[in-house]
Design a protein around this ligand. Structure first.
Ligand SMILES: [Zn+2]
Length: 151
């Protein structure tokens, strides 16, 4: 299916140097519409929704923020730390709103696995179902995320 001109614009804003230094697509050569569709199918197969994943990430973000930069224990076997970075980023989609440049580090102690994300990524997943392109250093694999978040 051909990608809409609107999505072409969004994709252009995801290229390195437009909004962020590394961009959001990594080495992924698939059109944005295909990236979105494939991740959407994966999330469907997992029996969850983008909103559910984003809400769980938001929950850990809020818990972590209570630690003011130190590690916080959550639900007995999670450790989360939030690093607040100065500045804000806009979403690549055309709408108002700026997102804090915070970094979240979550460790699931039972799995001994870590998941990291930014404030903007919670929005990108929840509102747009976007997990970044393959090869992007900040790519979140929905399957891996669900395991670590225990969804
Ligand atoms: Zn947005």
């Amino acid at each position: 299916m051909k990608q809409s001109p609107q999505l072409d614009l969004v994709e252009a804003r995801m290229r390195p140097g437009a909004i962020s230094l590394h961009g959001f697509l990594g080495k992924d050569t698939r059109p944005l519409s295909q990236i979105l569709e494939e991740d959407h199918n994966t999330v469907n197969e997992l029996g969850v929704t983008h909103r559910l994943i984003a809400d769980r990430m938001e929950f850990f973000t809020e818990q972590g923020q209570k630690g003011l930069g130190t590690t916080v224990e959550v639900e007995g076997h999670f450790e989360v730390r939030v690093e607040e970075v100065r500045g804000v980023l806009p979403c690549p989609w055309p709408h108002k709103g700026l997102y804090g440049k915070l970094n979240v580090y979550l460790r699931n102690l039972e799995l001994d696995k870590e998941l990291t994300w930014t404030g903007l990524q919670v929005h990108l997943i929840g509102a747009h179902g976007f997990y970044e392109g393959r090869g992007s250093p900040f790519r979140i694999e929905p399957q891996e995320a669900c395991r670590i978040l225990e969804l």
